[in-house]
Design a protein around this ligand. Sequence first.
Ligand SMILES: [Zn+2]
Length: 111
Amino acid sequence: MEHIITNYIKKHSNSTIRNRAQYINVKLMTLDTNSYSFSYKGSERQPYTINISTDSNGIISSCTCPYDYEGICKHEIAALLYIKDTLLKLQQMNKNLFGENLKKTHITKLS
Ligand SMILES: [Zn+2]
């Protein structure tokens, strides 16, 4: 999944917008079965809403900000990176908690 996110970002953005996305902290609002919704308080009165979902063709992203250039905006990238980082963290937690440590506990109990 991380590669799909990385490829999607690369395909739909240039390095300038990717650099800008690093300074954006989006807030996770809702988690549905196939879509994640984020919020970001930009320069406009209303916060921007960023939606990330998937279908059989891959990732679909959108944002309510006024960005009107080619590709995806920095908020969409920030939201995608949030998902990617969370996935990596969960994998690590899963490995730490239920991987090596659990195996060791199991072995200790057996011996
Ligand atoms: Zn945006």
